[in-house]
Design a protein around this ligand. Structure first.
Ligand code: CTP
Ligand code: CA
Length: 236
């Protein structure tokens, strides 16, 4: 789908997309991070801009170039990402949380580089604390303010003895309280750095849109196709 043939169904809408993976510092030279490349979030931002939206990309270590027509807010940590997203959410029609946000961060950050000593029994132990759940915070803020912001989450899941990928996705959608959850199965080279993705877009209304393995650009348009009918009428 070329940008010229895309519908302009996000014209005048304000969209915030978080993308990439946060990094939580241990000391001035080390961090805890994850393998998210930011490709799917960048594809979402580009597709929204092509459909007419004003797009802010909150970018945590995104490995691919940002689209030209998008405002980029670079962030490092989960706390910075939370601040960047929350401060823009009230004015947004849609917030898409495509970023892989750290669940835990080191509870202390050493101000100087951590060194080895001669005594291995004194090797450091990293203690972790929870980061804020940005999406849960957006859902809570929306409930308080009564705003009509459409909230979209992402989840990468594996099936296990307690349930299938779809079971875990449905449970997460209910737990998070967002409107849509873009679910992908991870493992065996699926997801992360790959140029393609296969997802199921789960709706709060029980809908399920399956998008078989395709480019992250096509996945992005399928997500916006699901978002557009949830938007309140636009008053220009
Ligand atoms: N998310 C967030 N803030 C966090 C962690 C996750 O906003 N601190 C968002 C992600 O951007 C994603 C959604 O929540 O849109 C689901 O993330 P996921 O890691 O799948 O869910 P968690 O609730 O963190 O559960 P778990 O990792 O234990 O499966
Ligand atoms: Ca998580």
């Amino acid at each position: 789908l070329g940008s010229g043939s895309r519908p302009r169904d996000l014209a005048g809408r304000r969209v915030v997309v978080s993308a990439g993976g946060t990094r939580e510092p241990l000391d001035p030279v080390r961090f805890l991070g994850n393998r998210s490349s930011g490709r799917q979030g960048v594809a979402l931002a580009a597709a929204a801009a092509a459909r007419g939206a004003h797009v802010t990309l909150v970018a945590a270590h995104v490995e691919v170039p940002a689209p030209a027509a998008v405002d980029v807010v670079p962030v490092q940590t989960a706390a910075e990402l939370a601040e960047a997203v929350h401060s823009r959410a009230a004015a947004a029609d849609v917030v898409v949380m495509a970023a892989a946000v750290a669940d835990f961060r080191p509870s202390a950050r050493a101000s100087a580089k951590i060194k080895k000593s001669d005594d291995p029994s004194r090797d450091p132990v990293v203690v972790l604390e929870r980061t804020p759940d940005v999406l849960a915070g957006l859902v809570a803020d929306r409930a308080r303010s009564g705003a009509g912001t459409v909230l979209v989450g992402f989840a990468a899941e594996t099936g296990d003895e307690t349930g299938s990928v779809l079971d875990h996705g449905r449970a997460k959608l209910a737990r998070k309280g967002c409107d849509l959850l873009v679910l992908n199965e991870v493992g065996e080279g699926k997801g992360f750095a790959a140029p393609t993705n296969a997802v199921v877009v789960l709706g709060r209304d029980g809908s399920e849109r399956e998008v078989a393995e395709t480019s992250k650009d096509v996945v992005a348009d399928a997500v916006w196709d699901a978002v557009v009918p949830m938007l309140p009428p636009h008053v220009p």
